[in-house]
Design a protein around this ligand. Structure first.
Ligand SMILES: [Zn+2]
Length: 96
């Protein structure tokens, strides 16, 4: 599993669709300004593919991300997460 943070050069190599998907509003406190965006990618090759439970486990336990979105690209599945700088919640609504 690879990880990108907002602003890194690699994020520019990602699918255009995922780049235009942005955190809009914190559903906990209604904050609507700049979020730190994190994008994770998972290889979709069958031999390396993680199932939904494994993905959730990694996100929740290892990365401490409770809420995340999923986006299936051509060769990879992306997971999107953002943390609210105001209240620290990761329950954020994303949109294009
Ligand atoms: Zn918030």
């Amino acid at each position: 599993m690879r990880t990108w943070s907002k602003g890194s050069e690699e994020i520019n190599k990602l699918d255009d669709e995922i780049k235009s998907l942005l955190p809009i509003v914190c559903t906990n406190c209604d904050y609507r300004d700049n979020f730190n965006r994190r994008i994770f990618s998972i290889n979709l090759e069958p031999e390396n593919k993680l199932d939904e439970i494994q993905v959730k486990e990694i996100m929740n336990r290892k990365l401490k991300v409770m809420h995340f979105g999923t986006f299936v690209g051509e060769k990879e599945q992306y997971l999107t997460a953002a943390k609210c700088p105001k209240c620290n919640s990761d329950d954020v609504f994303w949109d294009y």
